[in-house]
Design a binder for this molecule. Structure first.
Ligand code: GTP
Ligand code: MG
Length: 198
């Protein structure tokens, strides 16, 4: 897989205009978006990883095999506690998910160690309202033993089933252990193939 950085944009209008399908990654600040993109690309230095939340502030486009984009989005939930949950979704993310026509699928990243967080559930509810197709990616699986991982995924599935009839695709990953990336790439390529059919 050949991956190269293309550009960073603040608004959808500044994003690449070639219409190639886009797969974007978002989630709470510090959940591991940049690390996941680096793992998928097989390049540790592609997107900046940081222990300080809020590192990625722009929409970052990476071109894969000249045929699709991986997009690193800013995180949400990194704002003053006084703000309401909805206000914690920055304008950059909100505009991108509501305006970007070539957004094919949004991967929402969830820290596998945590109980379902209301901000994640609120973000996902908003995707439903806007009709944005998405999948879930649990991150940092290396930090939780197998039984805990399954329990965590199950808790989240139950939280979603209280409002959704159908569950999205779910992936479990560890960027630290380089696990779970092949499944995500295979899923993306499967969608890309189906887009090419007349
Ligand atoms: P922002 O852009 O700041 O919102 O963060 P991000 O979601 O891009 O997270 P980033 O990839 O920068 O990672 C945040 C921290 O989590 C870093 O210290 C990473 O090393 C760590 N991290 C990311 N993925 C994993 C993982 O799979 N396992 C472990 N143990 N740590 C991880
Ligand atoms: Mg980042």
């Amino acid at each position: 897989m050949l991956v190269s950085y293309v550009k960073s944009s603040e608004y959808p209008s500044q994003c690449p205009s070639d219409g190639l399908p886009e797969y974007a990654f978002t989630g709470r600040s510090n959940v591991g978006k940049s690390s996941l993109i680096n793992m998928l690309a097989g390049n540790r230095k592609l997107s900046k990883v940081s222990g300080t939340p809020g590192k990625t502030r722009l929409i970052n486009h990476f071109l894969v095999d000249s045929s699709w984009y991986m997009v690193d989005l800013p995180g949400y939930g990194f704002a003053k506690a006084s703000k309401s949950v909805r206000q914690q979704f920055s304008n950059v993310i909100t505009r991108y998910i509501s305006e970007r026509e070539s957004l094919t699928l949004l991967f929402v990243l969830i820290d596998i160690r945590l109980e379902p967080q209301s901000i994640d559930l609120a973000f996902i509810r908003q995707l439903g309202e806007r009709g944005v197709p998405f999948a879930l990616v649990f991150t940092k699986a290396d930090k939780a033993p197998g039984a805990k991982q399954r329990a965590s995924v199950e808790r989240f599935r139950r939280a979603l089933l209280s409002t959704w009839e159908e569950l999205p695709p779910i992936f479990v990953t560890s960027s630290e252990k380089k696990a779970g990336g092949e499944e995500i790439i295979a899923y993306i390529e499967h969608i890309n193939k189906s887009l090419q059919k007349p």
